[in-house]
Design a binder for this molecule. Structure first.
Ligand code: GLY
Length: 351
């Protein structure tokens, strides 16, 4: 005997991403702004001059990746229950990727799902993390292993927040912009080569193009069953670098920059990219003081650490390899010899 539940209806999760000064807005419901003390100290006054609500609460959790865990989730949930948030209430993620991922995750589980808005304050979260609905937290098994795809209702990207960003944080965001251009958009890459992203108007245009690129990819493959994996260009290698350096030496975007150079080296070995193209990518990263070299002490151990990446299954490691500039190949069939050859090159530290 069988009972069928027909659940074929298409849900419209479309939303807008606004790249502009935030407009004044009033919400006729309970709203919680979830942030950290650093962002609150710098920018909460500005946000509160724009956003009002029937009841408005501020929930802060400590700043840092090490707080992206169940403990912080529980603290935020407790606050929402204490303030009697209901299914019509709204959460606002106000901060970088950690705040965005956790707020999104909570909004996916609180009373089985409530609305949330992303207001990203770092360049990295403006061009990547706040768009596309990946939410979650870390646990003792690894990063982002618990979470959900849960799209925000809208994303408000206000370039004003970037005025206080430290140079390294800025560079880390540029790495993700370069990632979008190398994998999907040759014209955008050429624009970046000739642009100075420190110019606010040019930066705004670059944010727009990066977000448009990501939006197009997410629209094709929301749950990362295919092409969305290309957005992990630089990440397979970069995650190992972050792991080896205990998440202390490099910002995520910096490790991704080195990872992109390693992926390009793989592309060179596979004749998918030429020396000139690889050099252009390296030069662009170095223009924003991003690191492009790394000394691998133990290539075998580096290779084994790929398996800790959640995107790799037991038997296959997924690599994202550029095809020239503006194209990309996703493969879990690259032979060990090719990868070891790349890693050995970095073992010699002569790239
Ligand atoms: N940051 C990669 C993605 O959202 O798919």
């Amino acid at each position: 005997m069988k009972v069928n539940i027909p659940l074929k209806s298409v849900v419209d999760n479309s939303y807008d991403i606004t790249i502009d000064t935030i407009s004044k807005i009033h919400f006729d419901t309970k709203v919680a702004i979830i942030t950290n003390p650093k962002v609150a100290g710098l920018h909460l006054g500005y946000l509160l001059s724009k956003i009002t609500a029937k009841e408005l609460y501020i929930i802060t959790i400590p700043d840092g990746e090490e707080y992206k865990n169940q403990n912080s989730i529980d603290l935020i949930l407790e606050s929402l229950f204490n303030h009697k948030f209901n299914r019509k209430s709204l959460l606002i993620a106000f901060g970088g990727g950690v705040i965005g991922d956790m707020t999104g995750y909570i909004s996916s589980i609180y009373q089985r799902g409530i609305d949330f808005i992303q207001i990203p304050t770092t360049l990295l979260s403006q061009v990547d993390a706040s768009v596309g609905g990946k939410t979650g937290m870390n646990n003792s098994y690894g990063k982002n292993l618990v979470g959900a795809f849960h799209q925000p209702n809208t994303v408000l990207i206000d370039p004003y927040f970037l005025t206080t960003l430290a140079d390294r944080e800025f560079g880390a965001g540029v790495a993700e912009i370069v990632k979008m251009a190398v994998t999907f958009n040759k014209d955008f890459f050429e624009f970046l080569e000739n642009a100075d992203l420190k110019d606010p108007l040019i930066l705004q245009e670059a944010i727009k193009q990066a977000v448009q690129t990501k939006a197009d990819v997410v629209a094709k493959d929301e749950k990362e069953n295919g092409i969305r994996a290309a957005l992990n260009y630089g990440h397979t290698f970069g995650h190992v670098i972050e792991n080896e350096t205990k998440y202390k030496k490099y910002l995520h975007g910096e490790a991704v920059a080195i990872g992109m150079v390693m992926a390009n080296e793989t592309a060179l070995k596979m004749n998918l990219m030429n020396e000139k193209e690889a050099l252009r990518v390296k030069n662009l990263l170095e223009k924003y003081n991003l690191p492009t070299s790394y000394k691998i002490e133990d290539t075998r151990s580096f290779y084994e650490t790929f398996y800790l990446d959640k995107k790799s299954s037991d038997s296959a490691i997924t690599f994202i390899i550029p095809i020239g500039i503006g194209g990309v190949k996703i493969s879990d069939e690259i032979d060990v010899g090719t990868i070891m050859c790349v890693l050995n090159k970095f073992g010699d530290f002569n790239v």
